[in-house]
Unconditional design. Structure first.
Length: 286
């Protein structure tokens, strides 16, 4: 895998099988975050005797995802914020000391996208279809037009289209830039970065976040519920806040006016119509 040697180089105390420790941590954090959100979905039905939860029932699925995304992005912010301090205190071991933040924050953010694929009553089924919670979770097309094979085929077609695009795009991004880039090694050691200017950056400023956005859109076509749309909105708001106040703030400090001009010319997440050809060229290029 491209960039794996560079990543291992920055984790000198975790060579060989020892690096599996981080994989286990990342997997556990992902599952825990996903389970928290699924439990939040069903919390009012798990504790049906608590009045306040019945009042908050329409909002607990939203709050669950919002809490996990907020914690994940806060941790990512701390990775940025502690950089200079860690470099000063630990020198060559700075990234290794901060790596635990990477393996906890990124799985949390990914879990928010994955959560949007699950039905709201995954843990505990709805007892009634006469409440707001149920209406927000029910497929919109079926709610207004009744279930039909045609609408199901359309939904599944767009679902597979966006899921395939998202998975292929993130795979291509990983292949082009490497696992070290995805794990933010460049942030602590920008002078060692071997990243070269790539055509994808003339289309999108943040291809990795774009991949997660595609997966979230795929979830909308799978569930076609109001909740699934809200989850995408939460994700986009959270990522844009992170970009504005953390990631791109640092990039502007590093590259100055050049990045400000680039930011004005190239969108962060949405592909422009004029770039569609280059976009698919990136996806399908071997």
């Amino acid at each position: 895998m491209k960039g794996l040697d560079k990543l291992k180089e920055k984790l000198p105390d975790y060579q060989g099988n020892k690096i599996l420790k981080f994989m286990v941590i990342a997997f556990f954090v992902f599952l825990s975050s996903l389970l928290f959100q699924l439990l939040a979905d069903s919390l009012p039905r798990i504790f049906s005797n608590i009045v306040i939860l019945q009042i908050l029932a329409p909002f607990t699925p939203i709050l669950g995802s919002l809490i996990i995304l907020s914690i994940g992005l806060t941790l990512v912010y701390s990775f940025w914020r502690t950089r200079d301090k860690y470099l000063s205190e630990f020198g060559e071991l700075a990234y290794q000391k901060a790596f635990r933040i990477v393996v906890t924050s990124i799985p949390m953010i990914i879990s928010v996208t994955v959560h949007s694929f699950f039905p709201t009553d995954f843990i505990v089924p709805f007892e009634s279809n006469l409440n707001l919670n149920w209406y927000l979770a029910y497929p919109i097309l079926d709610l207004f037009f009744n279930f039909s094979i045609t609408s199901l085929v359309i939904r599944l077609t767009f679902f597979f289209l966006f899921i395939s695009l998202g998975l292929v795009f993130i795979s291509k991004t990983l292949k082009v830039f490497g696992i070290d880039y995805m794990a933010l090694v460049y942030l602590y050691y920008p002078e060692e970065s071997t990243l070269k200017k790539h055509e994808i950056y003339s289309i999108l400023r943040h291809p990795t976040y774009h991949s997660l956005m595609l997966l979230s859109i795929g979830a909308i076509f799978l569930r076609t519920s109001i909740y699934s749309i809200i989850y995408l909105v939460i994700f986009l708001i959270g990522i844009n806040i992170h970009l504005k106040y953390v990631e791109e703030k640092e990039l502007i400090q590093r590259f100055g006016e050049g990045y400000k001009k680039y930011k004005e010319e190239v969108p962060a997440l949405i592909v422009r119509l004029k770039d569609i050809k280059k976009y698919f060229s990136f996806i399908f290029k071997k």
